[in-house]
Design a protein around this ligand. Structure first.
Ligand SMILES: [Fe+2]
Ligand SMILES: [Fe+2]
Length: 140
């Protein structure tokens, strides 16, 4: 089992609202990973569990991306547009996963898991960290 607390420590921005929200996507990662791991070989992951993660992931996107984009705009963050386009990429991809889930069911869970891990490792660990110096004086 992955050490989610260690992962959270790597993502810390020290901007409370952001850290709480990033905690939510780590929780969703943990939930989905457990669902996938406890799926017997040759079976599809639990439908309701995957539906629930996808639902919460869309809520997360709505809340978190708006928070970050508002904070960045508030301090005239120079890379706002590039950052926003990464958010848009993530939202679009999750939308496609939702379509795929509606068509094909929970077999898509492994791909979603892989995608969320990649997002945390690239966007949250790197791209989000870049705004920290700009925001911390203003909001911390
Ligand atoms: Fe973020
Ligand atoms: Fe972000």
């Amino acid at each position: 089992m992955r050490d989610y607390q260690a992962l959270m420590a790597e993502l810390v921005t020290e901007i409370d609202e952001v850290d709480v929200q990033h905690g939510k996507i780590v929780l969703l990662l943990a939930q989905l990973e457990q669902t996938v791991n406890r799926t017997p070989l040759g079976m599809k992951p639990d439908f309701v569990a995957v539906a629930s993660v996808l639902h919460d992931l869309r809520e997360y996107i709505r809340e978190h991306f708006a928070t970050e984009e508002t904070l960045m705009a508030g301090c005239n963050y120079p890379d706002l547009e590039a950052h926003r386009s990464e958010h848009r990429f993530f939202s679009d991809r999750v939308g496609k996963f939702v379509d795929q889930f509606n068509r094909e069911g929970s077999g898509v869970a492994g791909d979603i898991l892989f995608f969320i891990k990649g997002w945390i490792g690239t966007h949250i660990k790197n791209t989000d960290q870049k705004y920290v110096p700009f925001l911390k004086d203003r909001y911390r």
